[in-house]
Design a protein around this ligand. Structure first.
Ligand code: ZN
Length: 364
């Protein structure tokens, strides 16, 4: 079993080897010959309808409780612990963590290579007792409770002086590889600055040095002045498809206030954030009247040796479909070279999302 961080000398980032997690319980999609064939066909427009069915497969049953689900209230998890009979929010330490305070010492490697203990905290947060629901389908008040819990978890984890990044994310849908359909997100606290967050922080610091202006303010202003890509706007938050979107339908919900991490989120901004999230997630599902697979992540400032005061908290939502039945694959140029090719105009995609908002129950 290999479980450790390994330093990637070319990309200057940590890669976490978690071979112990290969055998974790899996209730998600299983690749087999038939699925592989469907996936291959997804690239073919003639098979788009089939792929749509495969990608956005409706649950076999619409049960609100699954006796085999390790996240449903009252069920026993692999650790032997029994979930409480919770109603809304339920947080626990992941039974199969990628990072843990009890992670083993790294194995010896060639002196040139660098490794470290995969230390940290991994938590799971269920949003609701019902097995078949989704974050965007919850009432605003309950989404507010989810966000309040994100704030609380960020406070708790940042109290540990070793933790440098608190990263909260939700994988939704089988296409994203979610291991259990029960609506939940995950919270990682790790003793290093995660790569993307570190790059963003370096960019705002460089921008401050070069222009003496906050980079996030510039983005907000540019989006506001153009206006075509805006999906949600109030005193606290701006929701938009960014001008520089790397993937079709990529969305940001960015604070207008000057807080860098969730610990400092003004209480008045939580309700507004919940409203913005609901509107944007509902628009996504209303696009093609089907639940959309996505990756949602909360970007917040790390604890760093350098100044983080210019960083601004934002939510990033990355849907995985680029058209009905067509998955956006991260293929050679994206995965191999990190060069993203976005085959949808951000202005066009924002317009489609706004039309979906108006058509569907995008309002709250
Ligand atoms: Zn469940």
């Amino acid at each position: 079993m290999d479980w450790e961080n390994r330093w990637h000398p070319l990309l200057e980032q940590w890669v976490t080897i978690t071979s112990h997690r290969g055998a974790r319980p899996w209730k998600g999609s299983v690749a087999n010959a038939a699925n592989a064939a469907n996936a291959a066909n997804a690239a073919n427009a003639a098979n788009a309808a089939n792929a749509a069915n495969a990608a956005n497969k409706e649950p076999v049953t619409a049960a609100s409780y699954d006796p085999d689900c390790y996240l449903c209230p009252g069920n026993t998890r692999i650790s032997g612990e029994i979930n409480p009979d919770y109603e809304e929010i339920f947080v626990f330490d992941n039974d199969h963590p990628s990072f843990d305070i009890q992670a083993p010492e790294p194995r010896p490697s060639a002196p040139f290579y660098k490794s470290s203990i995969a230390s940290g905290v991994c938590r799971v947060m269920c949003y609701d007792r019902h097995h078949q629901t989704a974050l965007g389908q919850l009432p605003v008040q309950q989404i507010q409770a989810v966000i309040a819990s994100w704030v609380e978890q960020s406070r708790l984890l940042y109290q540990d002086r070793q933790i440098k990044t608190v990263f909260i994310f939700e994988n939704r849908g089988e296409l994203v590889g979610v291991s259990n359909p029960h609506p939940h997100c995950q919270i990682y606290g790790v003793p290093f600055v995660m790569d993307t967050i570190g790059r963003e922080l370096a960019a705002v610091q460089r921008y401050r040095q070069q222009h003496n202006v906050n980079l996030f303010s510039q983005i907000l202003r540019a989006e506001q002045e153009d206006g075509r890509r805006i999906l949600f706007s109030d005193d606290h938050w701006l929701g938009f498809v960014p001008y520089f979107a790397r993937l079709p339908y990529e969305m940001y919900l960015m604070t207008r206030s000057d807080f860098s991490d969730l610990r400092h989120c003004p209480s008045g901004a939580v309700e507004s954030m919940a409203r913005g999230l609901k509107i944007m997630l509902a628009a996504l599902d209303a696009l093609w009247n089907t639940p959309q697979p996505y990756i949602l992540s909360v970007h917040q400032a790390p604890v760093a040796d350098s100044d983080t005061s210019d960083y601004r908290c934002f939510i990033q939502i990355i849907p995985l479909m680029r058209a009905p039945g067509l998955q956006k694959f991260l293929a050679g140029v994206e995965t191999g070279a990190g060069q993203f090719l976005n085959d949808g105009s951000p202005e066009q995609k924002a317009m489609e999302l706004r039309q979906a908002q108006n058509r569907g129950s995008g309002g709250v």
